[in-house]
Ligand binder design. Structure first.
Ligand code: HEC
Length: 165
């Protein structure tokens, strides 16, 4: 019984992985002119690490200390507009002015945060704190530019219903 459960679980994980790959790479390939990056977005290596359970410490054991309140979300929205919208766009679609020339392009955060797996606290906090440094992309590392509280509030904002759509 246990074996069967493990088997079923790995099949499920594989299926989810493929679905995620498709979901993510199709719009990015279109945005980049298919082929340039082999259709792979800049975030793919990070997604892969996450799916393999390799979010690095200290991020791996973090949870959001801020409550899910309108106040925190409003704060997150302000941080987003100030520090993120230039590249990711006001709606989070990845189409901000400052992101036009970037390759890979800024991620479509509106789409990303609709995926249950990617709404994960420690994934988002890690991605925003370390940015693209580990992966050679232009996503800035915000850990020295924003306080932990500001990053957590932007995480709440991205996860919120009224987040960029
Ligand atoms: C200079 C442009 C730029 C700014 C400013 C910027 N980003 Fe990004 N961001 C990118 C790029 C390019 C990528 C895609 C490459 C990557 O994932 O590393 C990205 C990727 C991401 C990802 C990873 C998505 C995924 O699929 O894993 C998250 C989360 C993110 N950005 C959030 C933010 C937040 C929140 C802010 C503001 C605090 C912000 N970004 C500011 C350019 C930017």
């Amino acid at each position: 019984m246990r074996r069967l459960a493990v088997l079923l679980l790995s099949i499920l994980t594989a299926v989810l992985g493929v679905a995620l790959l498709l979901l993510h790479s199709v719009p990015q390939a279109v945005a980049q002119g298919a082929g340039m990056m082999g259709g792979m977005g800049g975030s793919m290596p990070r997604h892969h690490e996450f799916m393999m359970g390799r979010v690095p410490e200290p991020y791996a054991s973090m949870t959001n200390p801020l409550p899910d309140t309108a106040e925190v979300i409003a704060r997150g929205r302000a941080v987003f507009e100030e520090s993120c919208a230039s590249c990711h766009g006001r709606e989070g679609l990845g189409n901000g002015e400052a992101g036009r020339e970037l390759s890979p392009p800024p991620a479509n955060l509106a789409m990303l945060t609709r995926m249950p797996m990617m709404r994960n606290d420690r994934y988002l906090f890690w991605a925003i704190s370390e940015g693209g440094v580990p992966f050679g992309t232009q996503m800035p590392a915000f850990k020295d530019m924003l306080s932990a509280e500001e990053i957590w509030s932007v995480v709440r904002f991205l996860q919120a219903e009224e987040a960029p759509k």
